[in-house]
Design a protein around this ligand. Structure first.
Ligand SMILES: Nc1nc2c(c(CN[C@H]3C=C[C@H](O)[C@@H]3O)cn2[C@@H]2O[C@H](COP(=O)(O)O)[C@@H](O)[C@H]2O)c(=O)[nH]1
Length: 305
């Protein structure tokens, strides 16, 4: 496996990520992270991510699955002249459910999961951003504070309200709100729309891929009961205490990894965001390797929810 290292400069090197740093780029990042959830397929029983077992978008002569199907679908729409990153388009009558279905046209029989939820996210954001005046106004109003921007997103848009009640307490996870701020920071390399004085306050983004690799690496472990639930591929519903525990334990594990690295190395620029990006890319490398090799044991379990 190639040596993986991560810095903000790495973000733009991904083939599907924007290479310019303009307002349109910030709108692109917002659109991606508004829809950046749930790409796994129940048919993909070995979690291969292969184009024949999950929703897949063909773009630039390649088949993209998982998260990458999203930037591929957005870039494909933009190339064909559909203004899919424009909040004014989302708010217009021209943008209806069929328009989104066309945007997420699959190259196989698997449909993109939760299409109606994605449509609702875009419609809500279209209305809110029409009132606010656009993504740039939302970013600039945060006055270079990552935490303020996360707060604004969840205040203005229900789709970013990623918090739950756990044993009588409200647990704020804010995965997509934080990943939007982090993607802006990385994409703009800490400048322009990506300038955040408190970026180190962000946590890792509690999705379903990083907890999986943390478990694979032995950083977290599950109870025998939870192991059995996952081994049997039973669905853990959003908000279930088991899901909250997995997500929060993953957040804490990355914090402990960060503290440990900072104690043993003089990493001044390191934060939970960079560790998260590294772990996520590493998890996708491992997934790719497992697909290419029969000798590597399938230690990676199915996604947990
Ligand atoms: N914690 C965390 N979660 C992340 C990402 C990313 C993509 N980030 C890219 C941008 C810069 C980085 O270098 C990465 O290359 C997607 N996801 C989440 O994963 C899930 C999709 O997984 P799969 O079905 O296997 O593709 C889905 O919930 C999605 O929201 C991340 O970075 N961190």
């Amino acid at each position: 496996m190639q040596e993986l290292e991560y810095s903000t400069a790495t973000w733009n090197t991904h083939e599907l990520h924007p290479k310019t740093c303009t307002l349109e780029t910030a709108e692109w990042v917002f659109t991606v992270d508004l829809l950046n959830f749930s790409f796994w397929s129940d048919d993909d029983t070995t979690d291969s991510g292969n184009p024949d077992s999950a929703f897949c978008v063909e773009y630039n002569g390649k088949q993209w699955t998982g998260y990458w199907s999203l930037p591929a679908a957005i870039n494909r729409a933009l190339d064909s002249g559909v203004p899919i990153t424009s909040y004014m388009y989302w708010a217009s009558d021209a943008f209806d459910f069929d328009a989104l279905k066309r945007l997420f046209a699959s190259s196989n029989k698997h449909e993109v999961p939760l299409l109606r939820e994605r449509f609702n996210c875009l419609k809500e954001a279209g209305q809110v951003l029409t009132q606010l005046g656009g993504v740039d106004k939302l970013i600039l109003a945060a006055d270079q504070s990552a935490c303020s921007l996360v707060d604004s997103l969840s205040t203005y848009m229900q789709s970013f309200r990623d918090y739950f009640t756990y044993k009588g307490r409200t647990v704020y996870i804010y995965k997509r709100a934080q990943i939007f701020v982090a993607d802006l920071w990385a994409c703009f390399d800490g400048k322009s729309y990506g300038t955040f004085k408190d970026i180190d306050q962000l946590t890792m983004f509690a999705d379903y891929r990083v907890p999986q690799i943390l478990r694979d690496l032995g950083c977290i472990e599950y109870s025998p009961e939870l192991n059995e639930i996952i081994a049997k591929r039973k669905i853990i519903k959003s908000g279930d205490p088991k899901e909250i525990e997995i997500r929060c334990v993953s957040i804490w594990a990355v914090e402990l990894i960060l503290r440990s690295i900072k104690k043993s190395h003089n990493h001044t620029h390191l934060n939970a965001v960079l560790i998260d990006f590294y772990l996520w890319d590493y998890a996708k490398e491992v997934q790719k390797l497992k697909n290419m090799s029969t000798s590597i044991p399938h230690r990676t379990r199915s996604c947990f929810y």
